[in-house]
Design a protein around this ligand. Structure first.
Ligand SMILES: *Cc1c(COP(=O)(O)O)cnc(C)c1O
Length: 401
């Protein structure tokens, strides 16, 4: 099939929920992807913050291959070494006490919601609890996760959704306080909002929410699916702040490309929460994904990935700030570590398309933000290369508009 045929077939045969960019990607190496014509792309998207280790890491690949030769799946009815290893490493990195592996981010959110509801149910002896989530948040596409996603456009066709969900303004403590009732069981937010436009939580806000939760025995759920796994320069973004969640979710980079997510509980929550029969999954945390998660944490340690983020991110910020101060069509930069957004007055979709033509993958967030979530192994020279492609792409789009 020709490239054109691949694209046409895909558009005809798959449910049309994505407008794909006109490129057929074939393989990756380091921080570069190659299409079927052999054209090279510098990747500042990382499969939407998934490929933290970049592409074709030999030790990671070999760990997967070894597990493929042993066994892929056995069911959660039995014990298996890889998942115990993965759990041990994930708990050490997160400083949480219990973990449940899922197949995706959205399922991690489902589990977190169930864990919070069960905690309150055990404590109070009845159900009917409420959750406070944030406006402009994103937590996934399954119905529970959609119910806590503060985006009317995503929600509307699928209503009625979960009852008892209220939306506060992110980084506005008062707006959260106003929504708290005796029924509130959890406050849920991304530590750094991703899809909504790259908004880090302000320290005073997160500390205030934590305090509020402590006063009322409300559980703080932090969604670290995008901002976690080293992306912000700490293993999990909340570790920059003086707060700890009661429940945390992870996914995206957790498996380095193998589909896996997780929700984590503190012991306090685990003691009063999900018990045998309350939750389960057929695939979740099978030996194959266990091997992947384990290998990811091993590589993080070996390659000092988080240190690399700390080292490269200030350079990326500096280079982006220089761009922003140079051009009127760029408004501001926001972000933490290697999770950065530039607010742009140009049509961001066009900028992304132009950059792609010129060999750079970037993505958007919200309506007007150019988002960069590169592999966490990028070096300063890749930042320079990115700017050398992005700047002319911006100028070309500015010219047309
Ligand atoms: C991507 C994302 C999700 C959903 O994860 P899926 O694996 O796509 O289900 C949830 N929360 C945040 C913050 C995300 O970025």
């Amino acid at each position: 099939m020709t490239k054109q045929e691949y694209m046409e077939k895909t558009d005809q045969e798959l449910v049309h929920v994505y407008n794909r960019f006109p490129v057929v990607l074939d393989h990756g190496e380091g921080v570069f992807l190659y299409d079927t014509d052999g054209k090279k792309y510098l990747d500042f998207a990382a499969g939407i913050a998934v490929n933290a280790l970049g592409y074709s890491n030999d030790e990671y690949k070999n760990a997967l291959k070894e597990q493929v030769d042993k066994v892929l799946h056995v069911s959660n009815l039995y014990y298996c070494e890889p998942i115990a290893e993965a759990a041990k490493k994930a708990l050490k990195a997160s400083r949480m006490d219990r973990i449940f592996f899922t197949n995706s981010g959205t399922e991690a959110i489902e589990g977190a919601i169930k864990a919070a509801k069960k905690y309150a149910y055990t404590r109070d002896g009845h159900a009917g609890h409420e959750i406070i989530a944030m406006q402009h948040s994103f937590h996934g596409r399954s119905l529970g996760a959609l119910s806590v996603t503060g985006n009317a456009h995503y929600q509307e066709p699928f209503e009625p959704l979960l009852p008892g969900v209220k939306f506060a303004e992110f980084n506005n403590l008062e707006s959260v306080e106003k929504l708290v009732t005796d029924k509130t069981c959890a406050i849920l937010m991304e530590t750094v909002q991703g899809e909504g436009g790259i908004y880090p939580a302000e320290p005073a806000f997160l500390e205030g929410v934590r305090k509020l939760c402590d006063q009322k025995d409300i559980l703080l759920i932090l969604d670290e699916i995008q901002c976690g796994m080293g992306r912000t320069g700490e293993m999990f973004a909340w570790q920059h702040y003086g707060v700890k969640p009661d429940i945390m979710t992870s996914a995206k980079a957790l498996g380095g490309g193998v589909p896996v997510g997780a929700f984590f509980l503190t012991q306090k929550v685990a003691d009063k929460s999900l018990a045998p029969g309350d939750h389960g999954t057929t695939y979740g945390g099978n030996p194959f994904v266990g091997a992947a998660v384990s290998a990811v944490f091993d590589q993080f340690e070996k390659q000092k990935v988080v240190d690399n983020v700390k080292n490269v991110a200030p350079y990326l910020e500096q280079k982006l700030d220089e761009l922003v101060s140079k051009y009127d069509f760029l408004e501001t930069r926001r972000g933490m570590g290697l999770m950065q957004g530039i607010v742009c007055k140009l049509p961001v979709g066009k900028v992304v398309t132009k950059a792609l033509e010129n060999g750079l993958l970037v993505i958007t967030a919200g309506a007007d933000v150019l988002r960069m979530v590169p592999p966490l192994i990028i070096e300063k020279k890749h930042v320079d290369e990115m700017i050398s492609i992005l700047e002319p792409a911006l100028l070309a789009v500015a010219e047309e508009n």
